[in-house]
Design a protein around this ligand. Structure first.
Ligand code: PMP
Length: 361
C-alpha cells in the first residue's frame, strides 16, 4: 500500500506507517485540544489520558503482573546500565552473563558501582552454558537480545537461588511475551519496536523498589519515579504518545488467525524463518549464530566475498532496501526486522538476496 522503502535499521528503526500517518494528522491539533502533544503540559488532563492509556495498553499486551510497576523513563539502555546497579546492587555483588556487545557494556558500567562477576561469556555466537552464579548476588544481568551479534534467548533463564534476574530486552521488547515469573526487572529503549528514541521502559517488581544507593540521582530512583507515576520530572511526552499509538497498532493487528501480541510474535517468527532459510540455502551468504539462539529481530549476515559489500549495499538501496550495513564492530550486513517490518519487506529482501547472488555469485 505504500511506496516507502523498507528500512532495516537496527534503531532508531522503522515504525508502523499507520502510526506515522496518525501522528502527522494530529500534529497541529491533538484531539481538538488546539495543541500538539509536544506543546502540552505533562500534568494536564490531555497528556494524563495519553500516559494512562499507553501504560494500560502496554500492561495488557505484555500481561504485566500487578506486582510490577511500569516506568516511563529517559536515559536509554546505556543509562539503565548505571541506573540498575544504582537502584538494586546496594554496592554489593552483581553477576553478568556476557553474550555479546551489549551485555559486555552492561558489565563494564556496573563495575563502577558494584562488585561485578562475569558468570559466563561467549563470543556472540551462542549462549554460554555453565554459569558460575553467586548466591549472594543482588541480581543477575542478561541481555535477552544482542542487537549487534544477533543472539536471542528464546527461553529466559530460570534462576533457582532467588536472585532476581534483570533483562536488557531493548531490541526485542514487545516482539514476544515475557515470562514474568522469571524476571525481577526488565528494561529497554523504545527506539526499536516501540517508538522514537528518548523513552526508556522499565518494568520493576515492587519488592525491588526502595533499595537505591545514596548517590543515585533522584530522577533515576525507581521508587521515586514509581511513586510519581513517571512524572517526578517531565517524561518524554511526545515519545510516550507515539509509543501509545504503537501499542494500539499492535493490539489490533491480525495475522494468521491471531491478534495482538500473539499476531506480532507469529509474524516475527515467520519473517525470521524466511530470512534464515534463504541465508542457509545459499553458499554465497552466511549467518554464524547457533541455530538455537538466532535472533528473530536482528539478523547479521556476511557475503562470503566481502569485496562485494559496497555493491550489495548500493544495489539494495536502489531496490528500496535501506540500512542493511552491519555494525562496524562485526562488519558484513545486518537486517533488523522489528515488529513494524511487514512480511513483504522480508520477502523483498529475500528476493534481492537471490537476485544479487545470481548476478554476482
Ligand atoms: N542494549 C541493547 C540490547 C541495545 O540494542 C541498545 C541500543 N542499540 C542499548 C542497550 C543502548 O541503548 P541506548 O542507545 O538507548 O542507550
Amino acid at each position: 500500500t505504500s511506496a516507502r522503502p523498507f528500512n532495516f535499521s537496527a534503531g532508531p528503526a522503522t515504525l508502523p506507517e499507520p502510526v506515522l500517518c496518525q501522528v502527522a494528522a494530529e500534529m497541529l491539533d491533538w484531539g481538538g485540544s488546539g495543541m500538539s502533544v509536544m506543546e502540552m503540559s505533562h500534568r494536564g488532563k490531555e497528556f494524563g489520558a495519553i500516559l494512562e492509556r499507553a501504560e494500560a495498553d502496554l500492561r495488557e499486551l505484555l500481561a504485566v503482573p500487578a506486582n510490577f510497576r511500569i516506568l516511563f523513563m529517559q536515559g536509554g539502555g546505556l543509562g539503565e546500565n548505571a541506573i540498575v546497579p544504582l537502584n538494586l546492587s546496594r554496592g554489593g555483588k552483581v553477576d553478568v552473563v556476557v553474550t555479546g556487545s551489549w551485555s559486555r557494556k552492561s558489565a563494564a558500567e556496573a563495575r563502577r558501582y558494584a562488585d561485578v562477576h562475569v558468570a559466563a561469556e561467549d563470543n556472540g555466537r551462542e549462549i554460554p552454558v555453565g554459569w558460575t552464579l553467586r548466591d549472594d548476588a543482588s541480581y543477575v544481568h542478561v541481555c535477552t537480545n544482542e542487537t549487534i551479534d544477533g543472539v536471542e534467548f528464546h527461553d529466559l533463564p530460570r534462576l533457582t537461588n532467588g536472585v532476581p534476574l534483570v533483562i536488557d530486552c531493548s531490541s526485542h521488547l514487545l516482539s514476544r511475551p515475557i515470562d514474568w515469573q522469571r524476571v525481577g526487572l526488565a528494561f529497554g529503549g523504545a527506539q526499536k519496536n516501540i517508538g522514537p528514541a528518548g523513552l526508556t521502559l522499565v518494568f520493576v517488581r515492587e519488592d525491588l523498589l526502595g533499595h537505591a544507593m545514596d548517590i543515585c540521582p533522584t530522577a533515576f530512583n525507581y521508587e521515586t519515579v514509581a511513586a510519581n507515576h513517571s512524572m517526578y520530572n517531565t517524561p518524554p511526552t511526545f515519545a510516550i504518545y507515539v509509543a501509545g499509538l504503537v501499542f494500539q497498532w499492535v493490539k489490533q493487528l491480525d495475522y494468521a488467525g491471531k491478534r495482538g501480541l500473539a499476531a506480532i510474535e507469529q509474524r516475527n517468527i515467520d519473517k525470521a524463518g524466511l530470512l534464515y532459510a534463504a541465508l542457509d540455502a545459499s553458499a554465497f551468504y552466511e549467518n554464524r549464530v547457533a541455530a538455537n539462539c538466532r535472533s528473530r529481530m536482528n539478523v547479521p549476515f556476511f557475503l562470503k566475498d566481502d569485496r562485494l559489500n559496497e555493491t550489495f549495499l548500493a544495489e539494495a538501496k536502489d531496490r528500496g532496501l535501506l540500512q542493511l550495513k552491519g555494525h562496524k564492530s562485526v562488519g558484513g550486513m545486518r537486517a533488523s526486522i522489528y515488529n513494524a517490518m511487514p512480511l513483504e519487506g522480508v520477502q523483498a529482501l529475500v528476493s534481492f538476496l537471490q537476485d544479487f547472488e545470481a548476478r554476482h555469485g
